[in-house]
Design a protein around this ligand. Structure first.
Ligand SMILES: C[S@@+](CC[C@H](N)C(=O)[O-])C[C@H]1O[C@@H](n2cnc3c(N)ncnc32)[C@H](O)[C@@H]1O
Length: 270
């Protein structure tokens, strides 16, 4: 259960403790929020221009979660998209959002063992994936295999610009259920992708902290605003969601100041 400072919340109220029992991805889905690649719309926009994605492109949305990256790229370009994720729930949601549009298909699959033919795709979208995939070296081999010769891998990845204190890494692990590796600096990712790909183009972004006031304002809006996913939940459950999301975002906001973001496009080596 993730609850650092329960404050005045009454955990015995119906549904309240369940808010804290959910995994972080399930909690985010409960709030009706989408997983987006780091940098969200700006990132997709940069991928489209750096990787010349157009209506003839066939994209693999790798570890697609609820499919936001692929859908947004399609909206900008008309490209066709096949999404895979290891989570059946996420794939189910992605299918729902695609609303039978024939430009989209989805399947539950492991990125390290893709049930897809060689040379199938012009592009792979890899937003914040390789940090989460356990067998990331094998996943990179698979991405290379399913791309056409000279195909492009679109990447958006946080990297550390300085090492965060151990207590902050513990708080992040507690908040999102995933321990980040502070050794993953820019060199780490460049060496990782360079094994199979060469860099075509890249933008590096600062990821400044918002500070507690702005974090609180944003969280308040996403819990107490008009949120269709929360329309039927009680006030105590909304309060619990506000509390958990704010605690999580405050930790992530502090953590962000130790990172930067690389958004880039890499071409498959022969
Ligand atoms: C941060 S999200 C990815 C966000 C998404 N790529 C985007 O651009 O919005 C990480 C995703 O990786 C998925 N995942 C983790 N390990 C995986 C694997 N071995 N194969 C496929 N998906 C995996 C998780 O289920 C989760 O949906």
């Amino acid at each position: 259960m993730f609850v650092r400072t329960p404050g005045r919340l009454d955990l015995r109220q119906p549904g309240v403790s369940a808010v804290f029992d959910k995994s972080y991805p399930d909690f985010v889905a409960f709030l009706g929020q989408h997983n987006t690649p780091p940098g969200a719309f700006r990132t997709v926009d940069e991928w489209v221009s750096m990787a010349w994605i157009d209506s003839n492109s066939y994209l693999l949305d790798l570890a697609c979660s609820t499919g936001w990256s692929g859908r947004t790229t399609h909206e900008l370009t008309g490209a066709s998209v096949h999404g895979i994720d290891i989570s059946a729930d996420s794939v189910g949601q992605a299918r729902g959002y695609a609303e039978d549009n024939p430009a989209f298909s989805y399947q539950v699959a492991d990125a390290a063992d893709l049930p897809l033919a060689d040379n199938s795709f012009t592009h792979v979208l890899g937003g914040c994936n390789f940090g989460f995939i356990e067998q990331r070296e094998r996943a990179l081999d698979e991405v290379h295999r399913v791309l056409r010769p000279g195909g492009l891998l679109c990447v958006s990845a946080f990297y550390y610009r300085k090492r965060p204190p151990a207590h902050l890494l513990d708080q992040v692990a507690d908040a999102i259920g995933f321990r980040t590796d502070a050794g993953r600096d820019r060199r780490f990712w460049v060496e990782f992708f360079s094994r199979k790909f060469e860099l075509v183009d890249e933008v590096l972004h600062d990821t400044p902290s918002l500070g507690p006031r702005r974090v609180t304002r944003t969280v308040r809006k996403s819990v107490y605003g008009r949120v269709p996913a929360l329309a039927s939940v009680s006030r105590p459950v909304r309060d619990a969601c506000f509390h958990r999301l704010r605690e999580t975002r405050l930790v992530l906001d502090e953590h962000r100041s130790f990172q930067r973001l690389m958004v880039g496009v890499w071409r498959a080596k022969p």
